[in-house]
Design a protein around this ligand. Structure first.
Ligand code: MAN
Ligand code: CA
Length: 152
């Protein structure tokens, strides 16, 4: 091979900015708009979901805009998540004050189903994405749902 060809190839590899390469999430992770997502194969309660994500170096899904909401909805349908997935919000500290479990801040984007969160029978303190109803609901933290973990 000619020296010039080699040189062009060498420069080429280092000239590709990270912004135009696929986001590297690792085996078993999906990529969407600069975030990495892990989709569980089993269901579990909210606490086990938090632990599962932490053990993967990630945290429970927090949906930040409608594009992400729709993408998560698509993934739930493709994967046959009939009920839905946990979201990283809870009002266990103060009823009616749904905050992110990571930093206690109110979500900037929400997609609550009409009438939710309703704290049904006074026992609903964990947030979920409800596949069938295409929106968010508060539910009992002891419920078993699929889990989505996210990391950068
Ligand atoms: C069930 C539960 C509640 C939810 C209502 C809505 O009772 O999933 O969390 O608020 O349905 O009808
Ligand atoms: Ca509810």
């Amino acid at each position: 091979m000619k020296m010039k060809t080699l040189l062009v190839m060498f420069i080429g590899v280092f000239a590709i900015p990270e912004s135009v390469t696929a986001h590297q999430c690792g085996r078993g992770w999906a990529s969407f708009e600069n975030n990495c997502y892990y989709f569980s194969t089993s269901t579990m309660n909210f606490k086990d979901a938090m632990i599962s994500c932490y053990n993967r170096g990630s945290s429970l899904l927090v949906i930040r805009n409608s594009r992400e909401d729709k993408w998560v909805d698509l993934q739930c349908r493709l994967r046959g998540y009939l009920n839905g997935v946990w979201l990283g919000f809870s009002d266990i500290q103060r009823e009616g004050h749904m905050v992110a479990i990571s930093d206690s801040r109110k979500p900037g984007y929400v997609n609550w189903i009409g009438g939710e969160p309703n704290n049904a029978v006074g026992k609903e303190h964990c947030a979920m994405y409800w596949t069938a109803r295409r929106g968010w609901n508060d539910t009992q933290c002891s419920d078993r749902l699929h889990v989505v973990c996210t990391k950068k």
